[in-house]
Design a protein around this ligand. Structure first.
Ligand code: GLN
Length: 231
């Protein structure tokens, strides 16, 4: 199984290293045509405006949108989550181009600036294994987005309490609600989004979770091929 990692900017090396620890080859993706040779894609954290400019420069948006529409598994972490969202707020006028597909609204830099980056223990039942392994995960949030709205097909996988030094997000004209908790991990079909950075930890459970999604798609596709071959 070859999993692509969008390698325009950001923490792509760390994702590739995490995949390697699980015995999977991660291919650095910098050109649209490379998307044809991969089973799934990870869009890393970084800086989403810069990543969008580079993707535009390399004319990658049409191919990325096609990849998502084809139902191939895609996981966006942090800036990658912003890329995958249908709508992003909390940015300068003019915004930025998004790949879209994930039916949610993300608020960029929701928790504040770089110095308000933080770590938090998250409870994620989906990560617990059948043997009753732990479901907690230490999330690293670096100038992270939060998910403020989700559509009906989106499954919420994790929430985080808003740190007390960020009691309101009233400095954004687009969002005046006061929130105690926000969504930080979601799944919609074959799309996965996390506002934090699992690739910066030694814990590979999120990568394993994504690879399981990828192999399930592979199995479903091969059973369709077999079924049509039989008829
Ligand atoms: N704040 C960044 C953005 O808006 C994302 C930060 C990250 O990926 N760690 O793109």
């Amino acid at each position: 199984m070859t999993v692509g990692v969008l390698a325009l900017q950001g923490s792509f090396n760390e994702h590739i290293a995490a995949l390697r620890r699980l015995g999977v080859t991660g291919l650095e993706i910098r050109r649209a045509e490379q998307l044809q040779s991969i089973a799934a894609l990870i869009i890393p954290g970084g800086e989403s405006t810069t990543m969008a400019k580079l993707a535009e420069c390399h004319n990658m948006f049409p191919a990325l949108r096609k990849f998502v529409k084809m139902g191939k598994p895609v996981w966006g972490t942090c800036a990658g989550l912003i890329f995958l969202a249908n709508k992003a707020i909390g940015q300068k006028a003019g915004g930025q181009e998004l790949v879209g597909g994930l039916d949610c609204t993300v608020h960029r830099n929701f928790f504040g600036s770089q110095i308000q980056s933080f770590e938090a223990d998250l409870s994620i039942p989906h990560l617990a294994d059948k043997e009753g392994g732990p479901s907690n995960f230490r999330g690293i949030f670096i100038r992270a987005p939060a998910i403020l709205e989700v559509g009906p097909e989106v499954e919420v996988l994790a929430e985080v309490s808003v740190p007390s030094n960020k009691a309101t997000n009233s400095n954004s004209s687009e969002c005046s609600q006061e929130l105690n908790k926000v969504i930080v991990a979601v799944k919609q079909g074959n799309l996965l989004g996390t506002a934090f950075h699992p690739e910066l930890t030694a814990d590979t459970r999120w990568h394993s979770y994504f690879l399981k999604m990828v192999s399930e798609v592979g199995e479903a596709t091969s059973s369709v091929v077999t079924a049509s071959g039989d008829s």
